[in-house]
Design a protein around this ligand. Structure first.
Ligand SMILES: Cc1ncc(COP(=O)(O)O)c(C=O)c1O
Length: 441
């Protein structure tokens, strides 16, 4: 028996009326999504107001790693809600427990954390910490990087969307290109384990743009919003070495890459990275708003008392979620399932790419995979026009997908880490049908 069912063309009648109401009252300024009004969700299955059931390849946006509405998380949040909803910076039992649990789950050199509410807030805090610790004001960041939509985070980012029309960003950002194995225009990716061409370029970029006050760098383990771009193996390790050699602080933005998403608990584990700071978001709360900065005591010591705080950071409900989620990781092998099901789905998606005229690249690790759509596999010209009809066609078959990419031409395959073989098979078959039917039109 199938898990999904879609009763008729989307949006269904209730969904249509609600979407119209929504647009009357809330500004229509978010990205394009399938015309589905979510009502409830469990594990990998999302139900809408018209009684349809979908398999979810989005996890929200790489958020619900433990599965939608995991009962242990729901119960912990419910209990905390009844006990204490707000206490600002005052100590509370939930916050203390969450801090201990998170630090004990982190690589040992990251011996302190600080709780905030969003990924952007966490990366902003990392930028402040790097500037304060180094006493310098320039930060190296990467084209295509995405660190959030607040002003400092967007300035460090290298995506046009969050910046266009807002005038100059925060001064002191030096931005370098990020190596992209699928579009390796400068021959950087296969250039030996030490990437000499890339680092020659990087040094030229810094020599031309720095005033001599470079204090640190921020980088994602893979570029998420830019299109799930994974740098060539070894490049991040070499970047860390280069940063150390130049006396720079190293921040890894794991807002979307941690909690098993890549098949390891922390993405930094793949290459044994030892960043000074890590920004953590999304799956740390699996839907409950919370984020964190993890770092070394030494770096945190550069801020005085009162210099980092946020109204809702470390609130009891968010803190209870942090603890409950880490408890789930102790009892369920979500990280192992991510590696196993990721490898399985990737191999199926590669077989689909061979049949498709337009999937130019399948890439990823664990349960974070990107399908890059191109008009022509030889020229690799991006095909963003296919994405909206594909999102609609997939939803009509019963699979929810979302898109990313500097050229808006990448579909993200990022289901909750609890996905089973049956759920993977059914969603893959439905997605294949949606795509191949669309290609045949
Ligand atoms: C790598 C990365 N950093 C930061 C952010 C910003 O997180 P938030 O939307 O919670 O502010 C995101 C969000 O997509 C992200 O992917």
């Amino acid at each position: 028996m199938s898990i999904t069912h879609v009763n008729g063309p989307l949006p269904g009648p209730k969904g249509k009326a609600l979407l119209e109401k929504w647009r009357r009252y809330e500004a229509d300024v978010t990205g394009f999504q399938a015309p589905v009004v979510w009502e409830s969700a469990k594990g990998c299955t999302v139900r809408d107001v018209d009684g349809n059931a979908f398999l979810d390849w989005t996890s929200g946006v790489l958020v619900t790693n433990v599965g939608h509405c995991h009962p242990h998380l729901v119960e912990a949040a419910r209990k905390a809600t009844g006990d204490l909803l707000n206490n600002y910076e005052c100590a509370n039992t939930y916050r203390i427990a969450a801090a201990e649990k998170l630090v004990k789950a982190l690589p040992p050199h990251l011996d302190k954390c600080f709780f905030l509410s969003t990924g952007a807030e966490a990366t902003e805090a990392c930028l402040r910490l790097m500037k304060r610790k180094s006493g310098k004001y320039e930060i190296l960041a990467f084209a295509g990087g995405f660190h959030g939509r607040t002003f400092g985070a967007a300035s460090a980012g290298g995506m046009a969307g969050p910046k266009r029309g807002y005038g100059p960003g925060v001064p002191g950002t030096i931005r370098a290109l990020f190596p992209n194995p699928y579009r390796d225009d400068f021959g950087w990716c296969g250039d030996g384990p030490r990437f000499p061409k890339y680092f020659k370029y990087l040094e030229a970029e810094i020599a031309a743009n720095s005033t001599g006050s470079l204090g640190g760098l921020i980088v994602e383990p893979y570029q998420g919003a830019a299109g799930f771009i994974f740098p060539p193996p070894g490049w991040l390790k070499r970047l860390e070495e280069w940063a150390r050699g130049n006396g720079l602080l190293f921040t890894l933005d794991e807002v979307q890459a941690s909690y098993g998403r890549t098949g390891r608990m922390w993405a930094l584990e793949h290459e044994g990275l030892k960043p000074d700071l890590v920004s953590i978001g999304k799956a740390i709360g699996c839907g409950v708003p919370v984020s964190a900065v993890a770092g070394t005591s030494d770096v945190f010591a550069s801020l005085k008392k009162g210099e980092l705080s946020s109204t809702l950071g470390g609130n009891p409900v968010s803190s209870a979620a942090v603890t409950a989620i880490l408890e789930i990781y102790e009892t369920e092998d979500l990280v192992g399932n991510s590696a196993k099901m990721g490898a399985y789905m990737k191999q199926k998606l590669e077989a689909l790419a061979a049949k498709s005229r337009f999937i130019g690249d399948v890439r990823g690790m664990g349960l974070v995979m990107g399908l890059e759509f191109v008009k022509d596999k030889a020229t690799r010209e991006p095909y963003p026009e296919l994405i909206k009809p594909l999102i609609e066609a997939s939803a009509n078959k019963g699979v929810l997908i979302g898109s990313v990419g500097v050229s808006s031409n990448v579909i993200r395959v990022a289901p909750p880490l609890v996905i089973t073989r049956a759920e993977a098979d059914e969603s893959l078959a439905l997605f294949e049908k949606a795509l191949l039917e669309l290609e045949a039109k």
